[in-house]
Design a protein around this ligand. Structure first.
Ligand SMILES: [Zn+2]
Length: 140
């Protein structure tokens, strides 16, 4: 996968977004999996929206950190989302699940996905994470 998709993002912006995703880990509620995830989305206007995974006894109602941050941004009117950082408490690269990839591609096409781990920071385009996507244009 291409690792240079985020070349146009200056390093301080990436660091700021990763830092926000780390802070979001504190609010993770992984009651069943124990798998803590934090995410932070940056809008073109500079606002950052954080999210953490929140699990529910009815497991299918659980929501990933990525979607929490995305929906916070969308519900507060943020448009033109340019990057999302996703971090796991375990220090491994934390790739977004298929549902999150679909949501990110539909609501934030072109978004850069920043994946820090103990070893490196990968930066990928959402289109590379979800090739041949299901896309349906909403009715007018
Ligand atoms: Zn997900």
């Amino acid at each position: 996968m291409p690792a240079a998709a985020g070349k146009n993002l200056p390093s301080p912006e990436i660091e700021r977004l990763i830092s926000a995703s780390k802070k979001a880990l504190a609010f993770s509620r992984p009651a069943y999996s124990g798998f803590r995830v934090g995410a932070a989305v940056e809008a073109a206007d500079g606002r950052i929206f954080t999210g953490s995974n929140i699990e529910n006894a009815s497991l299918s109602l659980s929501v990933c950190a990525e979607r929490v941050s995305l929906l916070k941004a969308l519900s507060e009117g943020a448009a033109d989302l340019k990057a999302i950082a996703i971090i796991c408490a375990s220090g491994e690269t934390c790739y977004p699940c298929g549902s999150c990839r679909q949501m990110l591609l539909e609501f934030a096409p072109g978004i850069k996905v920043i994946l820090p781990s103990k070893k490196s920071v990968k930066i990928l385009a959402i289109e590379d994470l979800l090739p041949l996507p299901f896309i349906k244009k909403p009715p007018r």
